[in-house]
Design a protein around this ligand. Structure first.
Ligand code: NDP
Ligand code: F7E
Length: 329
């Protein structure tokens, strides 16, 4: 049975999609069972391409890890691209998967779905209880739409068509395959690159964006991949015992956070940078805190295993091996 499933990983070249691919193979899934398309081969925002793909490929399970993704600057600068691309690709994948008879789908959202000032830690039922963070509202609205797409198809067609579309909400992620762009990346890869280049240049100081006081939670990408596969494979009676039809998403995180200033000090230590760390408070902080309540996921039998120090070490090794030349150019 397991040998015959055909699994589509949307976004398999991205940080999370490539980690899901690695882990499925490591768990014994045959390469022949895994179906992938690069962005160049299939643009998921194009309905006709997505329809043709699902009609031709007889897919059983979808990991929807493709998205337009970026840090606080990219979200603030390209809001139209973030809302358009994410709404379109989610709607296309969910609807065309359903139309082609796909029974299982896992949608990856984001912790930014929760209100800017949600009570901490943020439980799943904080969704739609208050205003969103302005720097990433368009992306967050698209991710909320993704959750509601899955819930709506389950509600209308779950019993009649036997579909079970699930959603996981990752906290801030990092690790091998991350984006090290100096402006558009998330904070952790941005700091790895900046501290590395400062150490190489012998710079006296490194500037981080914002006040350094916002708190964030960071999950290593291999843990995210493991959580995704765990949630996808949960027996329906187990999964549904812990979710509700209109509140079906599951937070994925470590349950621990730290300030951006503390993170910068950790990255500097890993990279071996010993100069000053300064803050540019003209840059946005974003929400003051985004800590996930991970009780639901723990009740479903999963918790993170990679410590932040170990994860940063592994991420820096990946930067040195695979991204250093590209990042330096
Ligand atoms: N990274 C993080 O900190 C967080 C990520 N997430 C979510 O996790 C998921 C994975 O993110 P991550 O791996 O970091 O992102 P990446 O940017 O590393 O990967 C996303 C992948 O999706 C592909 N893609 C984007 N648009 C399209 C499209 N229109 N058609 C086909 N492929 C497309 C990209 O291809 P290409 O590069 O060629 O465009 C890329 O391979 C996303 O849903 C994201 O929202 C949630 C919270 C935090
Ligand atoms: C995953 C998540 O990612 C984004 O939200 P964010 O958590 O604000 O992510 P970020 O990693 O970009 O920043 C975290 C904090 O870090 C500070 N910071 C310091 N120095 C740098 C820096 O050099 N780069 C960046 N990017 N941030 C920096 C920065 O000012 C902020 O206070 C959303 O787009 C959202 O859509 C989303 O889902």
């Amino acid at each position: 049975m397991t040998q015959q499933r055909r699994i589509f990983i949307a976004g398999h070249r991205g940080m999370v999609g490539s980690a899901i691919l690695r882990q499925l193979l490591a768990q014994g899934v045959s390469p022949a069972q895994i179906v992938t398309r690069s962005h160049a081969d299939m643009d998921l925002t194009e309905q006709a391409q997505v329809r043709a793909f699902f009609q031709a490929e007889r897919i059983d399970e979808v990991y929807l890890a493709a998205a337009k993704v970026g840090g606080i600057h990219a979200n603030s600068t390209y809001p139209a691209e973030f809302i358009y691309a994410n709404l379109m690709l989610e709607a296309n994948v969910v609807h065309q998967a359903f139309s082609a008879g796909v029974k299982k789908l896992l949608f990856l959202g984001s912790s930014c779905i929760y209100p800017r000032l949600a009570p901490q830690p943020m439980a799943e039922d904080a969704l739609l209880t208050g205003p969103l963070e302005p720097t990433n509202e368009p992306y967050a609205v698209a991710k909320i739409a993704g959750i509601k797409l899955c819930e709506s198809y389950n509600r209308q067609y779950g019993a009649s068509h036997g579909i079970d579309y699930r959603s996981v909400m990752p906290t801030n992620l990092y690790g091998p395959g991350d984006n090290y762009h100096p402006q558009n990346s998330h904070v952790l890869p941005a700091l790895i690159r900046r501290f590395h280049e400062a150490r190489e240049a012998g710079a006296a100081s490194v500037t981080i964006w914002g006040t350094g006081t916002p708190k964030r939670e960071f999950l290593y990408v291999d843990d995210m991949a493991a959580a995704s596969i765990h949630v996808m494979n949960l027996a329906p009676e187990v999964y549904h015992a812990h979710t509700r039809p209109m509140l079906s998403h599951i937070n994925v995180g470590t349950g621990e956070d730290l300030s951006i200033g503390e993170l910068a000090a950790l990255v500097a230590r890993e990279v071996g940078y010993q100069g000053r760390i300064e803050c540019d408070s003209s840059k946005p902080d974003g929400p003051p805190r985004k800590l996930m309540d991970v009780q639901r996921l723990q009740n479903l039998g999963w918790r993170a295993t990679t410590s932040l120090a170990d994860g940063i070490h592994l991420a820096y090794l990946d930067f040195l091996q695979n991204h250093r030349t590209a990042a330096a150019s």
